[in-house]
Design a protein around this ligand. Structure first.
Ligand SMILES: *[C@@H]1O[C@H](CO)[C@@H](O)[C@H](O)[C@H]1NC(C)=O
Ligand SMILES: *[C@@H]1O[C@H](CO)[C@@H](O)[C@H](O)[C@H]1NC(C)=O
Ligand SMILES: *[C@@H]1O[C@H](CO)[C@@H](O)[C@H](O)[C@H]1NC(C)=O
Ligand SMILES: [Zn+2]
Length: 579
């Protein structure tokens, strides 16, 4: 018997992990076009080690020399030479990007994935990596682990608050936001997301409610029904269901208010709700503000799935380009520019599901959008700054996994993610659909279909265990989790939670006037402070006005109730299955 293969959990049915790792390594290498080191050649290993040692020494020497040559340059990319060449007439554009739920590990994941799948050298980095600025501490006033609501309130108001707060403070009074103050000062404003436009992050810029779950009220305030009137000129994303009356198919409102009608008739919005409507915007060249574009009932599908449905849903980068072009055009004769928040919303969702194959494509699309914004600002005649960060990390993502009863393995396998063609969300949807439409099928027929069509066909997994297939067939409600786990285990990706984590998140920037202030390790409220101060807008005046005019219902009695109301955590698939 091979000594390495003594099963420690002999009674548990399990994959042959070593064999699976070996195969994955070969596939990683094949994708990357690099030969694998053979395990038998000890001399070769020693030679390589010696070489590595010498190479490291050479790199250190080189680094010292280089560092010496530029002691005044901290080694970050220099701010773009735009400030001087652009009209210094005080006109400014500010782009704030949020990568919801993206922690530092997501960057390493995506960077390595891209190197392997595109055959790029080891030193190849993402555009984000090239604009690394520092890190942000994320805790909220009520918890070490924030939610997106408190996270976005730190950005929008520059203040810490409790989990679930939508631009409300711990004393349950509203706080003015940078977007509202920018609008008041004459800037054009926009919000672009891939989830509901009423979700916590966008909501925090243009509405004020006690709980993030008050989506119906958030929709009304976002189109201009709040005490400040209309403050957003452009909204693109998902979440149409909160804007349709409960008498309409595809509504998720509790009342019969037609928010799309109010937006158009009372507040002058152009409303588009499908791909044809998006295409008519001509990537921003045919937009009259204000515009409301809601392209999905709730979430826009994960990018890994959306790319096969591009005739139905626009991508984050397409929406971002449309928004930037439209806002620039709308402000071309103004002495004020624009403020926009662009969110890669569903990096967080992939983290909640623990689905690394979905997440890596979300981050790639976010990186592409980040580059697009940089290029846009560089080309613009107006001074502009891009700042990007995350509200928190999601999933406790780790790029290593020691399975129970196994020794540590010093590797993870991007090729496993490369083979996965669909998100576990989409596969779980296909499974439920199949069960509904094939009620006459036997258990065996269902299991066979799962194994061949879903697991092999979409995930490229050929060594599925019987317990895995059985779990999918017998507990389809938890299938989203089971699919994600099958991918993660084989790729050796670890997760510590289906919720958020407290790790510091990265800050990125184009550089430019004032951005030195958010270098290094900062509090998330400092990022909010930067946004306000860069635009030189009076957020406090907005706070005062909100406090005078808003008629809020009774504030919640106990803060703990709010923390407990973190509704996302009650979903069944978030429970660890017995698999
Ligand atoms: C729709 O909303 C109205 C109030 O606006 C309510 O009376 C009615 O019960 C709702 N219908 C449904 C099916 O929820
Ligand atoms: C521009 O938008 C209008 C609607 O606002 C639409 O009727 C027209 O077809 C669009 N033009 C193009 C070239 O898509
Ligand atoms: C991925 O999808 C393509 C086309 O949709 C298909 O040809 C390919 O076999 C799929 N690969 C896997 C591993 O699912
Ligand atoms: Zn989340």
């Amino acid at each position: 018997m091979h000594p390495e293969r003594t099963p420690l959990l002999a009674d548990a049915p399990r994959r042959d992990s070593r064999e699976s790792d070996r195969r994955a390594e070969e596939e990683d290498a094949a994708l990357h076009n690099t030969p694998l080191p053979t395990r038998t050649s000890r001399a070769r290993e020693i030679a390589l080690f010696t070489w590595a040692l010498l190479a490291t020494a050479a790199v250190i020497v080189l680094a010292v020399v280089v560092q010496h040559g530029r002691t005044t340059n901290p080694g970050y990319p220099a701010p773009p030479p735009q400030a001087a060449s652009k009209k210094s007439n005080g006109k400014k554009n500010l782009v704030f990007m949020v990568s919801d739920g993206m922690g530092p590990a997501s960057l390493s994941l995506t960077r390595s994935f891209r190197q392997v799948t595109e055959g790029l050298p080891i030193g190849d980095t993402l555009t984000l990596d090239k604009h690394f600025w520092g890190s942000s501490r994320t805790r909220s006033s009520s918890s070490f682990v924030t939610d997106s609501a408190a996270g976005a309130t730190a950005f929008s108001c520059g203040k810490k608050s409790y989990n679930t707060a939508i631009s409300m403070l711990p004393d349950f009074t509203p706080c003015g936001t940078v977007l509202e103050a920018a609008k008041r000062a004459g800037y054009a404003t926009g919000l672009v997301v891939t989830t509901d436009i009423t979700d916590a992050t966008p909501a925090c810029f243009a509405s004020h409610v006690y709980y993030r779950s008050q989506g119906d009220e958030i929709a009304l305030q976002e189109v201009g029904e709040g005490v400040l009137g209309r403050t957003v000129d452009l909204m693109l994303g998902g979440g149409r269901c909160h804007f349709l009356p409960n008498t309409t198919a595809g509504s998720c409102r509790f009342d019969d208010v037609d928010v799309t009608a109010i937006a158009q008739e009372k507040h002058g919005f152009t409303y588009v709700d499908d791909r044809a409507g998006f295409d008519a915007l001509a990537l921003g060249k045919n937009v009259s503000l204000p515009v409301l574009g809601l392209f999905a009932t709730a979430d826009v599908p994960f990018e890994i799935d959306r790319r096969n449905m591009a005739n139905v849903y626009p991508s984050l980068s397409e929406m971002a380009l449309t928004a930037l072009t439209a806002l620039e055009e709308a402000t071309k004769d103004s002495d004020k520019g624009f403020f926009i928040m662009i969110e890669g919303s569903r990096i967080d969702h992939a983290g909640h599901v623990n689905d690394p194959a979905a997440q890596v494509r979300e981050v790639l699309e976010y990186d592409k959008t980040f580059k697009l914004v940089l290029d846009f600002l560089a080309k613009s005649d107006t001074e502009g700054v891009l700042v990007a960060t995350s509200d928190h990390e999601t999933g406790g993502l780790a790029l290593a996994l020691q399975a129970p009863g196994e020794l540590p393995v010093y590797n993870w396998h991007p090729s496993v993610l490369a083979k996965a063609n669909a998100s576990s969300e989409y596969l779980a949807h296909l499974l439920l659909e199949r069960i509904t439409t094939h009620q006459g099928d036997t258990e065996d027929e269902l299991r066979h279909w799962i194994k061949t069509d879903l697991v092999r066909g979409y995930l490229g997994i050929h060594d599925a265990l019987e317990v895995e297939i059985n779990a999918l067939a017998s507990n389809p409600a938890a299938a989203i989790h089971t699919f994600a786990r099958m991918v993660s285990l084989r790729a050796r990706i670890g997760w510590s939670t289906h919720g958020h984590s407290a790790v510091d998140v990265n800050v990125y920037s184009s550089g430019g006037p004032g951005t030195e202030r958010i270098r290094g390790n900062v509090e998330n409220t400092e990022v909010g402070g930067f946004l306000r101060d860069y635009l030189k807008v009076d957020v406090d005046a907005i706070t005062k006005e909100l406090r005078q005019k808003m008629k809020l219902g009774e504030p919640p009695l106990v803060a703990e109730e709010i923390a407990a109301a973190d509704f996302g955590h009650s979903l069944e698939w978030m429970m660890e299955p017995s698999l």
